[in-house]
Ligand binder design. Structure first.
Ligand code: SF4
Ligand code: SF4
Ligand code: SF4
Ligand code: FES
Length: 951
C-alpha cells in the first residue's frame, strides 16, 4: 500500500458545457470553457509550479510562480487566474519563465527557516517541492535580513499548530476558511513584509471563532499549519480511503498511516458527500480508538452489583448464549430481543437482526432510529413510497430557497452546513423554522430571510399554516399536482388546509410565529424557484413527528418542489449509519428493504435462504421491551453499539427495565451507561478496525475499510457470528462482502450492490439495479415510488405535555459541533476543550425572573424527574424556552424527558418537555446515587499476577 496523493488541479473545475480547445507546450487540449490555463495544463499532465493556488478554492493570483507565456499576448500572465481561450497557444516552460520563477522562490526562501530535515512537513511541503521544481540552487539575498524566523508558535488548538515563521502569506488558509468552511475566522493582518495570518482579532486559534474544521491546515502549502499528530508521529507512509463514523453526512477520508498507527484523517476530494471538506469530529476526533478506558477483553458477572471479571472470548460467548437459551426455555421465545447499532456497518446491523429473527426466533429487534428518524421512515413511505430522503447533497448547488426546520446543520451536519453556506453566499434564500436562533440565522455573509421562531411542539401548526397560505393564495403548482399526485386526496387536503383555523393569523397565538412573517415565508417557498426542505430531529422527535414529516411532504408536492435537483425533502440523518440500520431491517415489523414481516412473499425469500420460519407478527419496539421487562415478561437483551440508558427518554424507566432483566449483553467500545446494567460485556471494534459499508443521509452506500487490526480481536460482525453459532444457528461468513452479497440477494433496492461494485463506482445510492448500477441521486424524477403522491391530512394536535404554573417553561434539546450524541467517543478526545459540560440555555428575562446568573447551577425539574446543570443566559432562545445538549452522562438530561412519543412510531418526544428551572446548590440525589452506582458498576476484578519466589 502506498500513500494516496490526489492531483491538485490548482483551480476548481468549470461547470460549463461549452468546450474550448487550445495548445499547451505544443499539445492540443480540450477543456470546459472557463477552465484556467493551470487546470487545463494539469489535465494533460503538466504541473505548472504554483503556491497560492489549490483546486478547493478560486484562484487568487498572489504568488506569481505560475506564470506562462501566451502567443500574441504581452507579459507573463498567471496561469491560475487566466482562463483558456479558443486557439490559445501557451508555453509553460521557457528560459524567461524559469528565471522569473527562480526569482520568486528566492524571495520566499530567504525569509524561511532552512530546517527542512527536521521539519514535520519534510516530504509533504509544497514550498520544498517548488524549490525543486524551479531548480533553485542558491539564494542571492542571504538569510540575515529582516525575517520572521523567531516568531512564537500558536499551539492553543488541540489538534494543529500555527508556526508563523514558516508562513509565506499565500492566503490559502484564509480563503479555505472563507470559501470552503464559511467561518471567516482568519484574516491577513498587517501590510507588506509585516503581514501575517491572524485568527479573529489576533487571538490564539483556540479562543478565536475557528471551529477546527481543518480546512486551513489542509490548504496550507507549508508547515505553518500542521497537525500535531504529524509532528508527534511523523509523515504517514500509506493510506486507505474510508468513511467517517460520526454523522449522517458520510464524509470520505484518507486514513493516513504509519504501519498500524493512524497519523491523520485527510478529507478525500473525491468523496461525493464532502468533496474534500471535513469537520472537527471526522478530521480530528479519532483518538478515542486508543483511549485508556477502551475495553478490549470480554467480561462477565453474575449480577450488576459485582465487579466485572475478564474472561476468554469462548467463555463470554458461551455464557451469553446459554443465558439466552435458559431464559427462552423458562420464559418463552418472546422473552429476549436485541438492538442493532446505527454506528455499526450495514453488514453488522443486518447480522444482528438476522440473529434475532433466526436464532432467537422472534422479531424483537429495534434500533436507535426509533428515537430519532422513525417518523421520517413512516412519513415519507406514506406520502412518496420510500423511507428515505429524496436528494443527494450535490443537489444543494441548485437550491434557490432553502428551508431549514428543526435542524442545526452547522453543528449537527457541519460539512453539509458548509456546502449550504456556500450556496447561500451565492444568493440562495433562507427560511429557518426553529425555536432557537441557530447559527445560520445570522452568520458571516449570511442572514436568513425569515426566522420563524416557533413555540416547541407546534411544527404541524406552522407547516399546515404555510400550506394554508399556498392554497388560499393560489400558489399551488397545479400542473405538477394533476400529473403526479392523487387528485382526490389533494382536493381533500386543500380543503382541509384552507380552513380559517389554519390561517397564519389563527395559528399565531399557538405557535408564536407572527402571521405576516409566516405568510412571507410560505410565499417565498412556493415562488422563489427551486426550494428544498432540510429537516432534523426538531421535526421528528415530537408526539406529532410523523405528521410533521407528512406536512413537509405535502408542501413539497403542492409546490412541485420534488423530483429534480435543487428541491426535495431532505432528512438530515443523525448517526453515520442510521439510514443503513433502517434499510437493513432493524425494525421489529420490517425485513430489509422496508418489507413488512407479514408480507408472505418477502418473508418466504428470507425463510428459504435462512432455513428457518420467521414470525409473521411484528416484534417489540425498544419501549415495549423495557415495559415488558418492568412487567417481568422480557428478560434478556443483546445490545450492539447503543447506549440506551443515556440516549433514550425517561432514564429511570430505562434503568428499571434493564435492572429487571436476567441477561443484558452489551457490545461496545467502552463501559457505557447501559453497561452498568449488563451481565456480559463484549468489547467492540472501531470503524478503523473493520470492513463494511455505511449508508449516509443521501442513501449513499460507501465503503468502510479496515486500516488496523481490531484491538479487541474481532470485528463486530464476527462477534455476532460467534454468538449465533453458540446459540445453535450457524453462520459462516468469511468476510463482510459475503454478508453484503446476501443483503443484495434479499433486498430489491440493493440489487447489484457488492464490494466489487462499490470499489468500481466509489459509492452507490440506492435504489440501484442493472439499469442504474451506481444508483439514484435524485428520487421520484418521473413518478413517485408509490405511484401517485399522497397528500395526507395533518391535523394539529397539541402535545399532552403542557406547560402550567408548576412547569411554565418548555425544554428542547440538541447537539453542538464538537460533541457527538451521547459523547461516548467525542468525550474521550480533546474535543472536550470546546464543551466540558452540558449547559442550560435560558433567556435573560426568564433568568432574571428566577434570579439566575450566567454560570449558576440550576435545577431542571419536569414531571418525569430532575437534574442539575449550569446555566447560560442567552437570547438565542426565546422567552419561555430553555435548551440543552445531552452529551455528558453526568447531566442526565433524559431523566427530565417524558414518556410521550410519536403516535405512529413511538419516537420519543424529546423536543418538548414542560419544566421549571431554579437556582440550585449542586447535583440531585438521583445524580449522586447514579454516579456512585456507575462507579461501583465499572469495577473490574483483575487477577493479581502470580509472583515468582524472590520477586
Ligand atoms: S480550522 Fe477551519 S474554522 Fe478554523 S481557521 Fe481553519 S478553516 Fe477556519
Ligand atoms: S498559514 Fe499556510 S496557507 Fe496560510 S498564508 Fe501562511 S503559508 Fe499560506
Ligand atoms: S460532517 Fe459528519 S461525516 Fe463529515 S466529518 Fe463531520 S462528523 Fe464526519
Ligand atoms: S499559483 Fe498562480 S499566482 Fe500563485
Amino acid at each position: 500500500m502506498s500513500l494516496i496523493r490526489e492531483i491538485d488541479y490548482g483551480t476548481p473545475a468549470s461547470a460549463s458545457e461549452a468546450e474550448v480547445t487550445l495548445t499547451i507546450d505544443g499539445q492540443e487540449v480540450t477543456v470546459p470553457a472557463g477552465t484556467s490555463i493551470m487546470r487545463a495544463a494539469q489535465e494533460m499532465g503538466t504541473a505548472i509550479p504554483k503556491l497560492c493556488a489549490t483546486d478547493m478554492m478560486d484562484a487568487f493570483g498572489s504568488c506569481r510562480l505560475c506564470l506562462v507565456e501566451i502567443e500574441g499576448r504581452a507579459g507573463t500572465p498567471a496561469s491560475c487566474t487566466t482562463p483558456v481561450a479558443p486557439g490559445m497557444v501557451v508555453s509553460t516552460q521557457t528560459p524567461k519563465l524559469a528565471k522569473l520563477r527562480k526569482g520568486v522562490m528566492e524571495l520566499y526562501i530567504s525569509d524561511h527557516p532552512l530546517d527542512c530535515l527536521t521539519c514535520a512537513a519534510n516530504g509533504d511541503c509544497e514550498l520544498q517541492d517548488m524549490a525543486g521544481a524551479v531548480g533553485l540552487r542558491e539564494v542571492r539575498y542571504g538569510y540575515d535580513g529582516d525575517n520572521h524566523l523567531a516568531e512564537a508558535k500558536d499551539e492553543s488548538n488541540p489538534y494543529f499548530t500555527y508556526d508563523p515563521s514558516k508562513c509565506i502569506v499565500c492566503s490559502r488558509c484564509v480563503r479555505a476558511c472563507d470559501e470552503v468552511q464559511g467561518t471567516f475566522a482568519l484574516t491577513i493582518a498587517g501590510r507588506g513584509f509585516e503581514s501575517r495570518v491572524s485568527p479573529s482579532q489576533s487571538e490564539p486559534f483556540l479562543s478565536s471563532e475557528c471551529v477546527s474544521c481543518g480546512a486551513c491546515v489542509q490548504a496550507c502549502p507549508t508547515a505553518t499549519l500542521t497537525e500535531k499528530s504529524v509532528i508527534e508521529i511523523g509523515q504517514p507512509e500509506h493510506s486507505v480511503v474510508t468513511t467517517c463514523a460520526y454523522c449522517g453526512v458520510g464524509c470520505a477520508f484518507k486514513a493516513e498511516m504509519r504501519g498500524e498507527e493512524l497519523v491523520r484523517m485527510v478529507p478525500y476530494k473525491e468523496g461525493p458527500a464532502n468533496r474534500g471538506h471535513s469537520c472537527v469530529k471526522g478530521r480530528f476526533a479519532w483518538g478515542y480508538a486508543n483511549h485508556k478506558e477502551r475495553i478490549t477483553k470480554p467480561m462477565i458477572r453474575a449480577s450488576i452489583d459485582q465487579p466485572w471479571r475478564e474472561v476468554s472470548w469462548e467463555e463470554a460467548i458461551s455464557h451469553a448464549a446459554s443465558e439466552f437459551k435458559r431464559i427462552q426455555a423458562k420464559y418463552g421465545r418472546q422473552s429476549v430481543g436485541g438492538i442493532t447499532s446505527s454506528r455499526c456497518t450495514n453488514e453488522e446491523t443486518f447480522l444482528v437482526q438476522k440473529l434475532i429473527r433466526a436464532a432467537f426466533g422472534n422479531n424483537n429487534v429495534d434500533t436507535c432510529a426509533r428515537v430519532c428518524h422513525s417518523p421520517t421512515g413512516y412519513g415519507l413511505k406514506t406520502t412518496f413510497g420510500t423511507s428515505a430522503g429524496t436528494q443527494d447533497f450535490d443537489s444543494v448547488e441548485d437550491v434557490e430557497v432553502a428551508v431549514i426546520i428543526g435542524a442545526n446543520p452547522t453543528d449537527g451536519h457541519p460539512v453539509f452546513g458548509s456546502r449550504l453556506k456556500q450556496r447561500l453566499r451565492e444568493g440562495a434564500r433562507l427560511i429557518v423554522i426553529d425555536p432557537r436562533r441557530i447559527d445560520l440565522v445570522r452568520t458571516p455573509h449570511i442572514e436568513a430571510d425569515h426566522h420563524l421562531a416557533l413555540r416547541p411542539g407546534t411544527n404541524v401548526a406552522v407547516l399546515t399554516a404555510m400550506a394554508h397560505v399556498i392554497v388560499t393564495e393560489g400558489l399551488v403548482d397545479e400542473a405538477f399536482v394533476r400529473e403526479r399526485c392523487d387528485l382526490d386526496e389533494f382536493h381533500d387536503w386543500a380543503e382541509f388546509v384552507s380552513q380559517p383555523r389554519y390561517s397564519p393569523e389563527a395559528t399565531e397565538p399557538l405557535t408564536g410565529v407572527p402571521a405576516e412573517e409566516l405568510r412571507a415565508a410560505a410565499r417565498l417557498y412556493a415562488t422563489g424557484g427551486n426550494a428544498a426542505i432540510y429537516y432534523g430531529l426538531g421535526v421528528t422527535e415530537h408526539s406529532q413527528g410523523s405528521t410533521a414529516v407528512m406536512a413537509i411532504a405535502n408542501l413539497a408536492m403542492a409546490t412541485g418542489n420534488i423530483g429534480r435537483p435543487g428541491v426535495g425533502v431532505n432528512p438530515l440523518r443523525g448517526q453515520n449509519n442510521v439510514q443503513g440500520s433502517c434499510d437493513m431491517g432493524s425494525f421489529p415489523h420490517e425485513l430489509s428493504g422496508y418489507r413488512h414481516v407479514s408480507d408472505d412473499t418477502a418473508r418466504t425469500m428470507f425463510e428459504t435462504l435462512w432455513g428457518v420460519d420467521i414470525d409473521p407478527e411484528p416484534g417489540l419496539r425498544i419501549t415495549n421491551m423495557l415495559d415488558a421487562a418492568v412487567e417481568g415478561a422480557f428478560k434478556g437483551i443483546y445490545i450492539q453499539g447503543e447506549d440506551i440508558l443515556q440516549s433514550d427518554p425517561n432514564t429511570r424507566h430505562v434503568a428499571a427495565g434493564l435492572a429487571a432483566m436476567e441477561c443484558v449483553v452489551v457490545q461496545d467500545l467502552f463501559l457505557n451507561e447501559t453497561a452498568n446494567y449488563a451481565h456480559v460485556f463484549l468489547p467492540g471494534s472501531t470503524f478503523l478496525e473493520k470492513n463494511g459499508t455505511f449508508t449516509n443521509a443521501e442513501r449513499r452506500i460507501q465503503m468502510v475499510r479496515k486500516v488496523m487490526t481490531p484491538k479487541n480481536g474481532y470485528e463486530d460482525w464476527e462477534i455476532t457470528q460467534l454468538l449465533s453459532n453458540a446459540l445453535g444457528y450457524p453462520m459462516d461468513y468469511g468476510h463482510p462482502s459475503k454478508i453484503m452479497d446476501e443483503i443484495a440477494r434479499l433486498t430489491p433496492t440493493f440489487a447489484g450492490v457488492s464490494f466489487e461494485a462499490l470499489d468500481k463506482h466509489g459509492s452507490i445510492q440506492w435504489p440501484c439495479n442493472e439499469a442504474k448500477p451506481a444508483g439514484t441521486p435524485v428520487m421520484h424524477m418521473e413518478g413517485f415510488v408509490r405511484g401517485k403522491g399522497k397528500f395526507v391530512i395533518t391535523d394539529y394536535v397539541p402535545t399532552d405535555e403542557k406547560t402550567g404554573p408548576r412547569f411554565p417553561l418548555l425544554l428542547t434539546t440538541g447537539r453542538i459541533l464538537s460533541q457527538y450524541n451521547v459523547g461516548a467517543q467525542t468525550r474521550r478526545t480533546a474535543n472536550v476543550v470546546w464543551h466540558e459540560e452540558d449547559l442550560l440555555e435560558i433567556h435573560p428575562h426568564d433568568a432574571e425572573d428566577r434570579g439566575i446568573r450566567d454560570g449558576d447551577w440550576v435545577k431542571l425539574q419536569s414531571r418525569a424527574g430532575a437534574t442539575t446543570l449550569r446555566a447560560r443566559v442567552t437570547d438565542r432562545v426565546t422567552p419561555g424556552v430553555v435548551y440543552t445538549t445531552f452529551h455528558h452522562p453526568a447531566t442526565q438530561a433524559n431523566v427530565v424527558t417524558t414518556n410521550y412519543s410519536d403516535w405512529a412510531t413511538n419516537c420519543p418526544e424529546y423536543k418538548v418537555t414542560a419544566v421549571q428551572v431554579a437556582v440550585s446548590n449542586g447535583p440531585t440525589e438521583w445524580q449522586e446515587r447514579y454516579g456512585d452506582q456507575a462507579m461501583r458498576s465499572r469495577r473490574i476484578a483483575r487477577e493479581e499476577p502470580v509472583l515468582e519466589a524472590g520477586e
